[in-house]
Design a protein around this ligand. Structure first.
Ligand code: BV8
Ligand code: ZN
Length: 237
């Protein structure tokens, strides 16, 4: 399967990649739905919402502060680096990520479309000022804006629309690429997962890299079972 995937890679002119939490797993960042992905007894769908934040901003920020402190201690893994190397040598390359950890950027990826925002951005709930705040741990929880109001994490919560420019760029890449590589996502969160059938519909070849089957594995022409940090470097070697 690897030789076939390498062949597709060499023939591709326009490459798009969609990543999920699985590409950061080997860096030590727990995934959302896999083992160790849970935090205390909560599920992401219970905490990553406006309702949870309105009810208990302190609890939601404790979760984000825990994740931020963990992410600050880890490094990009060979999977992130392989994608950065692939960008450097491909004429047209678009990286679309659902991750908010910033590890693609730290690995050297330049054109990254972050569909779900960034855990390092914070936005004021009153004056909407958005800034980068990468202090770990946060000096006060929940953190406040200079105007005195609460700030929220600069991520897209369940029930919230994705940033329009990022989504449009992702759609355009899915519709125009000739190779779409899906790495480390359970393909359960929409509209991000819709990019996969969208690319297939537009005639792109689909390669899925995952430890296990996903609901959209059937759409992939090639499914490479294994760790992203091991498979991606093989693909670009
Ligand atoms: C919206 C940011 C509308 C926050 C996140 C019912 C049916 C269908 C859809 C819905 C529904 N009910 C509600 C919806 C919509 C909802 C949704 O999709 N829900 C799902 C749960 C059913 N979507 C939304 O709400 C979206 N917004 O629809 O708005 C709208 C429109 C207009 C106007 C107003 C409103 C917003 C979705 C974004 C939510 N925010 N994150 C934060 O991070 O705190 S989503 C969250 O899940 C993360 O971003 C994460 O990236 C994402 C997806 O998870 P994965 O990345 O796939 O991670 P997961 O753990 O699931 O899987 C890991 C995979 O890696 C596994 O497959 C595993 O096998 C693999 N793996 C593990 N290790 C490795 C590996 N693979 C390779 N190598 C390894 N080493
Ligand atoms: Zn403010």
């Amino acid at each position: 399967m690897i030789p076939q995937a390498k062949q597709w890679l060499s023939e591709a002119r326009r490459i798009a990649v969609l990543t999920g939490a699985g590409v950061s797993a080997e860096s030590g960042v727990p995934t959302f739905r896999g083992p160790g992905g849970l935090w205390r007894t909560y599920r992401p769908e219970e905490l990553a919402t406006q309702g949870a934040f309105a009810r208990d901003p302190k609890l939601v920020w404790e979760w984000y502060d825990w994740r931020r402190s963990l992410i600050a201690r880890v490094d990009p893994n060979p999977g992130h680096s392989a994608l950065a190397a692939l960008e450097d040598r491909s004429p047209e390359f678009t990286l679309i990520t659902q991750n908010v950890d910033g590890l693609h950027e730290r690995a050297g990826s330049r054109r990254v479309h972050r569909l779900h925002g960034s855990i390092w951005r914070v936005r004021c709930t009153e004056c909407c000022a958005e800034t980068t705040d990468d202090r770990v741990p946060l000096p006060e929880i929940p953190p406040r804006c200079g105007c005195g109001a609460l700030v929220r994490p600069g991520v897209v919560w369940f029930g919230e629309p994705l940033p329009a420019t990022e989504w449009m760029a992702a759609e355009r890449a899915a519709k125009t690429c000739d190779l779409f590589i899906v790495v480390g996502t359970s393909a359960q969160v929409y509209p991000a997962a819709a990019l996969i059938p969208m690319a297939a519909q537009a005639g792109a070849r689909i390669i899925e890299i995952n430890m296990e089957d996903t609901p959209l594995s059937g759409v992939a022409g090639l499914s490479l079972r294994g760790k992203a940090g091991e498979i991606l470097p093989q693909l670009i070697s």
